[in-house]
Design a protein around this ligand. Structure first.
Ligand code: PGA
Length: 251
């Protein structure tokens, strides 16, 4: 059986105080609950070190929201893999649709970032998903296939042992309009079959594929009960400890 993973993408929310408060609330919310899902929080860069210290005595894992693909040098404003490692990041989100659309990241850039993360033993949470226009144009599978193939190009199965894929339809992110469990399952199944074609059945069979896009306590159980949905990447609902942990409980 595949493990279940629930990750909270805080995006550009919470300053240092907010981070201390939210992590302490999450820890309180988790006490005396026996959660089976692995829980990851991804605060902004500036709060990773503090978050890491606060999470030391818990089972909660730490992730960053982005990474740059160079090791060091004249790249004003960027954060290197070793910087992320040095403040305790275990995971890193790569290719989020907001990075793709607002900051112009393409599949080539994302591929470099995944390779860099792997080289530094950071576990990538690789985000893919179609826009509304692409879905309505009937090219969802084609878009997903291109994102997967180009994003993972030149990376071997053994290098991807810590990979998590997050299917996040862009039209569902932050809109309150989640994909139906059937819509999500259809794409998750497609992704798993594609990974099987590119790599192997055993690798595809154990790959964690999260769903993301307006996941809330009210819809989590139904989405997560689908056979190919192995967890959630949560934005808005992860900013309140009770709703984040309710989603983890739904797994
Ligand atoms: P949302 O964001 O839960 O607010 O839709 C999900 C994401 O962007 O990862």
């Amino acid at each position: 059986m595949r493990r279940k993973v629930v990750a909270g993408n805080w995006k550009m929310n919470n300053d240092l105080n907010g981070t201390v408060n939210l992590i302490s609330d999450i820890k309180k919310e988790m006490t005396e609950k026996s959660l089976t899902a692995e829980i990851i929080v991804c605060p902004p860069f500036t709060n990773l070190e503090t978050a890491n210290a606060l999470l030391k005595d818990s089972h909660i894992r730490l992730g960053a929201q982005n990474i740059f693909y160079e090791e060091s040098g004249a790249f004003t404003g960027e954060i290197s893999p070793s910087m992320l490692k040095s403040v305790g990041s275990e995971y890193v989100i790569v290719g989020h649709s907001e990075r793709r659309t607002i900051f112009g990241e393409d599949n080539k850039t994302i591929n470099k970032k995944i390779k860099t993360a792997i080289r530094h033993d950071l576990k990538p949470i690789f985000c893919i998903g179609e826009t509304l226009k692409e879905r309505e144009g009937g090219i969802t599978f084609k878009v997903i296939e291109t994102q997967v193939k180009e994003g993972l190009e030149g990376i071997s199965e053994s290098e991807l042992k810590n990979l998590i894929v997050a299917y996040e339809p862009v039209w569902a992110i932050g809109t309150g309009k989640n994909a139906t469990p059937e819509q999500a399952q259809e794409v998750h199944k497609f992704i798993r079959a594609l990974i099987q074609k590119i790599y192997s059945a055993s690798f595809a069979g154990q790959l964690v594929i999260q769903y993301g896009g307006s996941v809330k306590p009210e819809n989590a159980a139904e989405l997560l009960s689908q056979p190919d949905i192995d967890g959630a990447l949560v934005g808005g609902a992860c900013l309140k400890a009770d709703s984040f942990i309710k989603i983890a409980e739904a797994v």
